[in-house]
Ligand binder design. Structure first.
Ligand SMILES: Nc1ncnc2c1ncn2[C@@H]1O[C@H](COP(=O)(O)OP(=O)(O)OP(=O)(O)O)[C@@H](O)[C@H]1O
Ligand SMILES: [Mg+2]
Length: 441
């Protein structure tokens, strides 16, 4: 939304301050433009004029949600639900907030209620969180627990290594120095009084290769890879099975060398204060001490975490020996994009491809976006081959066409990250984000 439109709306509202639909429209536009504080102000004014306005209540709750003021958001939603118990948008937002607050049981009940109201509805994230029924844990007998753990967290030996990762030179180098070399030359590190251990936290916009790089790290040193979604860990908490968390770290120790990868760590590290009453803080403390244990014993277990929201992470996670190296995984640069395209098209029939030209028109695209472009181009070609009956190589034409259809998906992330980088950049944590955005401090 352009600043011009907002300005015009603001002027119009000044002219007729009592015009509820107009003000509501301004609020909506501000919300879409990520201006949460300003949107909050406008929604509040609408509610002063029209107390029961459902749209304004919902909008206000949304602004709170985006500012992570979850408890006030719930207060507003409860009032709304009192007037309109089956307002689906309100219930969905409510459910997401409960997840953020780790009230997972309540969230699950609510989600089930929503599915009753609207059986066709599916929310991928919520589905992912609730995928594991609680019974699975309570039913598991004690001695079956280890087996259970292995079922939930599968060990894999990744077949990719650093050669399959395009660009990311700096990230690979950091991982090499910080966690691979200490593993290969423990005595050397000891001689210099440098302690091995500690974890690496990768953060950045979606699709830029965090998970992929972690997997390739394991492949690089032929280690086992355990991919742990933090929501799985939170599910353990629902199942009252704290022992499982310990077993997970044990499993990693028994399978060394091993890369233990924690995805969405922010879900676990979300300010402990907001979890204080939920019982989950318990689990977090246990998680931290398990991590300290790994660091202390130099156990040949490498810990890598990933998050899209590093600002939600409790600072306790960043202490030495824990996630003490934090790396920004940016969208690939020109050279990185060329390499990723080459990797994605490797072993596929191609003809006359000007990688540089495609990389030029895809600035800001993530690795996943580039993969999507290649997939689109292949589909295109496949259709043609089916029609004509002869297979044909993929060419520049389909790739450029696909780049026009599929746009970069990293922009929204930077809209949020920019604010944190500008206004809560403690200890220069987000300097790399500022550098990427070309903002001078
Ligand atoms: N540097 C890269 N080289 C080759 N392929 C890449 C690269 N980066 C991303 N990809 C491709 O994009 C896909 C998505 O990347 P990945 O899942 O690792 O992103 P992510 O940063 O973990 O995203 P999210 O934050 O959504 O979890 C990968 O499976 C891979 O196919
Ligand atoms: Mg990922």
């Amino acid at each position: 939304m352009s600043a011009e439109v907002i300005k015009q709306l603001q002027e119009a509202v000044q002219f007729s301050p009592e015009n509820v639909p107009l003000r509501l429209h301004l609020a909506q536009v501000l919300l879409q433009d990520y201006q949460y504080i300003q949107a909050e102000e406008q929604y509040r004014k609408v509610l002063e004029l029209s107390h029961d306005n459902i749209a304004a209540q919902l909008g206000l709750a949304r602004t709170f949600y985006h500012q992570q003021k979850y408890s006030v958001a719930i207060v507003v939603l409860e009032q709304l639900e009192h007037q309109e118990p089956d307002n689906f948008d309100a219930l969905l937002l409510h459910c997401r907030i409960l997840v953020k607050e780790n009230s997972l049981e309540a969230a699950r009940d609510l989600y089930q209620h929503m599915l009753q109201l609207n059986p066709g509805f599916r929310d991928e994230t919520l589905d992912g969180i609730f995928r594991m029924p609680q019974q699975q844990y309570s039913a598991a007998a004690e001695d079956e627990e280890d087996e259970e753990i292995e079922k939930i967290f599968t060990l894999e030996k990744p077949e990719i290594n650093f050669n399959d990762v395009g660009g990311m030179t700096r990230e690979k180098q950091e991982i090499d120095l910080k966690i691979i070399k200490p593993l290969q030359f423990p005595d050397l590190y000891k001689a210099y009084g440098k302690k091995a251990g500690g974890g690496i936290l990768l953060y950045g916009p979606p699709g830029c290769g965090k998970t992929y790089l972690a997997r390739a790290t394991a492949g690089q040193i032929q280690a086992e890879f355990i991919n742990v979604g933090i929501h799985d860990v939170l599910d353990m908490w629902i199942g009252n099975s704290e022992k499982n968390l310990h077993s997970l770290f044990e499993l990693a120790r028994q399978s060394k060398p091993c890369v233990l990868f924690f995805d969405e760590v922010d879900a676990l590290g979300a300010n402990r204060t907001s979890m204080r009453n939920s019982g989950a803080s318990h689990l977090i403390n246990q998680f931290l001490s398990e991590m300290d244990g790994i660091a202390a014993n130099n156990d040949n277990v490498l810990i890598i975490g990933a998050t899209n929201a590093p600002w939600s992470l409790d600072p306790a996670f960043r202490r030495p020996g824990r996630f003490d190296r934090i790396i920004f995984v940016a969208p690939p640069d020109q050279e990185g994009r060329e390499e990723i395209l080459k990797i994605q098209l490797r072993n596929k029939p191609t003809e006359d491809i000007d990688y540089r030209a495609i990389a030029k028109v895809t600035a800001g695209y993530s690795g996943a976006d580039l993969k999507a472009i290649v997939d689109l181009a292949i589909e295109d070609k496949l259709m043609e081959a089916l029609q004509k009956g002869i297979p044909q190589p993929i060419t520049q034409k389909e790739l450029l066409k696909a780049a026009k259809t599929h746009k970069a998906t990293t922009r929204e992330w930077f809209n949020t990250a920019r604010n944190y980088a500008l206004y809560s950049n403690e200890a220069g944590l987000y300097d790399d984000v500022l550098k990427y955005l070309d903002i001078k401090k």
